[in-house]
Design a protein around this ligand. Structure first.
Ligand code: NAP
Length: 331
């Protein structure tokens, strides 16, 4: 199916099923959960019986408002919802967050790495353009840092745990011209403001996120750790995504009209996230748009896709090892 045909099918014909999996007794973390899909995913997992849900947000006040809203609509005990500070554009914040996870949580069943942003403005955070720091480097850092806790939980409670990342269907149309450079220069090229194609950057960052999931899943097969690593894509959904870049009341109104025609309700998109966070062993290393295992396409496809993934991984591994030596070989 072409990208356009798949878009039409997804937005107008197919509706992902409401999840029914039980999260009873589970401890869940959702990053970027003060709004949009993350907040709805938290609400859904509370309704499905989760015991402890941690909203990992860069703005704690916004997180507390979201927690209150979830509590009011589900009538859950307020004690089961917590808000922890996490800014994915800061390595120090990711390191501090992971330390708290490892020190304070008796168990961690699901980490839903959902925080994301879209922007046409080029800006650096840490040693990368911000989308790359947030969606790729910090996400990988967080994954490696919490793998021991996910593994410990799986072993102790004889269960499977999940690291699920929110990707986007737009990875499929990433042009990623920055890949056409010698080995070892991809991230440096992505950091070159004078050559940056910011129209393509979100798509590229989500493609790289999918490479991370596939790479880490290959490094840690399911039978070695009992951790399912997968990535989901929610379709085009109502949320706050990109809305801060829409200037002026007329443009805002126009965007709202288009979104009202095209977008899925946030709750419907969030079903795909909750599906990923409860999906079976066969989803390890897989891409799950619309709650189905789907072969990766575009630049992720086939032998060339694996080769590109390998080149990206070689550079990313070096970055991660600089942030925290030994992090890519967790116990
Ligand atoms: N909506 C869609 O159509 C769509 C489609 C495909 C994929 N997605 C993906 O779905 C995920 C959720 O997005 P959404 O649509 O629900 O948009 P949203 O309402 O804007 O939610 C994004 C969340 O990510 C948080 N976030 C952004 N940068 C962060 C950072 N550096 N550290 C920590 N949190 C950060 C935001 O916090 P603040 O409120 O503080 O900014 C917010 O809570 C994103 O990864 C997005 O790329 C969305």
């Amino acid at each position: 199916m072409s990208f356009l045909a798949a878009f039409i099918y997804r937005q107008f014909i197919h509706e992902p099923p409401a999840p029914t999996a039980s999260f009873k007794g589970r401890t869940i973390i959702v990053t970027g959960s003060n709004s949009g899909l993350g907040r709805e995913a938290c609400r859904m997992m509370v309704r499905l019986g989760a015991s402890r849900v941690i909203l990992a947000c860069r703005n704690v006040d916004k997180g507390k408002i979201a927690a209150k809203d979830i509590q009011a609509t589900t009538s859950c005990s307020p004690d089961m919802l917590e808000v922890w500070q996490l800014d994915m554009s800061s390595y120090a914040s990711v390191l501090a967050f992971a330390e708290k996870v490892n020190a304070d949580l008796p168990r961690l069943d699901v980490l839903l790495a959902n925080a994301g942003r879209v922007t046409r403005k080029f800006g650096m955070t840490e040693d990368n353009e911000e989308s790359i720091t947030t969606h790729v480097v910090s996400l990988s850092l967080l994954a490696f840092l919490v793998l021991p806790k996910l593994r410990e939980t799986a072993m102790k409670f004889n269960t499977l745990t999940h690291f699920t990342a929110t990707a986007s269907e737009l990875y499929e149309v990433a042009k990623f011209k920055e890949r056409k450079v010698p080995d070892g220069k991809i991230f440096a090229t992505l950091n070159d403001k004078s050559k940056a194609n910011m129209e393509d950057r979100y798509n590229v960052s989500k493609l790289l996120l999918m490479f991370v999931i596939r790479q880490v899943a290959t490094m840690f097969p399911l039978d070695s750790r009992q951790i399912i690593m997968n990535c989901v894509a929610p379709g085009f959904c109502h949320s706050e995504l990109g809305m801060n870049e829409i200037n002026g009341p007329i443009l805002s109104r126009l965007v709202q009209i288009v979104k009202n025609i095209l977008c899925r309700p946030t709750e419907v998109g969030a079903r795909t996230l909750v599906y990923g966070a409860s999906a079976g062993a066969n989803t390890h290393g897989q891409y799950l748009p619309d709650c189905k295992i789907t072969p990766m396409k575009g630049l992720a496809k086939g032998k060339e896709g694996r080769e590109l993934q390998n080149r990206v991984w070689m550079e990313l591994k070096e970055k991660l090892e600089q942030i925290r030596p030994g992090v890519t070989s967790p116990s």
